[in-house]
Design a protein around this ligand. Sequence first.
Ligand code: AHG
Ligand code: MN
Ligand code: MN
Length: 362
Amino acid sequence: MPLTQYRTTLTQFLIEERRRYPEASGDFNGLILNVALACKSIARATAFGALGGVLGNAGGAGGTINVQGETQKNLDIMSNDAFLHVTEWGGQLAGMVSEEMEDPYQIPHPFPKGKYLLVFDPLDGSSNIDVNVSVGSIFSILRAPDGVQSVSEKDFLQPGVQQLAAGYAIYGPATMLVLTVGNGVNGFTLDPNLGEFILTHPSLQIPPETNEFAINASNSRFWEEPIKRYVNECMAGKTGMRDKDFNMRWIASMVAEAHRILMRGGVFMYPRDYKDPDKPGRLRLLYEANPIGFIMEQAGGKASTGRQSIMAVQPTSLHQRIGLIFGSRNEVERIESYHNAPQKDNLPNPLFNERSLFRGSN
Ligand code: AHG
Ligand code: MN
Ligand code: MN
């Protein structure tokens, strides 16, 4: 396809962004372009599917187990290696953290060390890979402490507000890279002939209103009261206090849910719940919640724990899990208000049954 209507490549976009910072060295752009190359290589590996001989669990039938206690897919490991080896050489990074590695990754000799940290989920939704459902990669770029030689956990424990850039790639019918460098959100579609990401979705904005929500409803018995209340009200549809019908979606690939929400609005919830007292939520703060949160907020949406902005949370460990709610601003604010409201006890509470109380406030 000739470059006519769409002709801004990712490289051109980054160079034009950089002109706003005449003192910039180009390292930041170099790093993002290397991440984009890693994503392109993962896109190719996933596109071959069974033909590539890369499906299935790592290390045979039962699979290897990562630090999360989750079975690793072959493509989890290959995608992790792609991120490491396509970015480690460039002199931009002081170290990396990945879902698939327990400890921070040190930039190996002889590569020079740089001033950024890269945090990533190399393959998100990987339980879907064997059934040919969209998966993706998520990344976040932070600044490394000055002069750090060997990175340690504490260097990465930065709240999401300190992210310099965040993005994801989605390997769907088309491969897309969605990126924020803190100046809005832009979407690039991979031209498979050129091997270039082309700007197709400039300045993305999430509609503030929606009638679509996404949650794994099989966990409903473990939900806290505010989430039960919100979902019940959505399910009541036109006959309830929301006065409109809702659709529900669950892909089990957060990247794919985030992308749908970015394109047409919606709200995603993987809230804190009572399922496992050792896991306050399913998703990981540093390489899932924070980068998606940054993108949502830069697109006019919101991302929250239900109690506070995700990006305000001070991380305490690399693989920390957290309750995550994101998407259309009005819905996220409504869910936050339910968390802030006095909690329902076992006694009937007329406040929460008051159909008219919230009518017209959506
Ligand atoms: P990952 O594949 O990186 O471990 O992440 C999977 C996540 C996320 O993508 C998705 O929203 C969620 O796990 C799915 O959870 P359920 O298995 O409870 O549906
Ligand atoms: Mn993930
Ligand atoms: Mn993953």
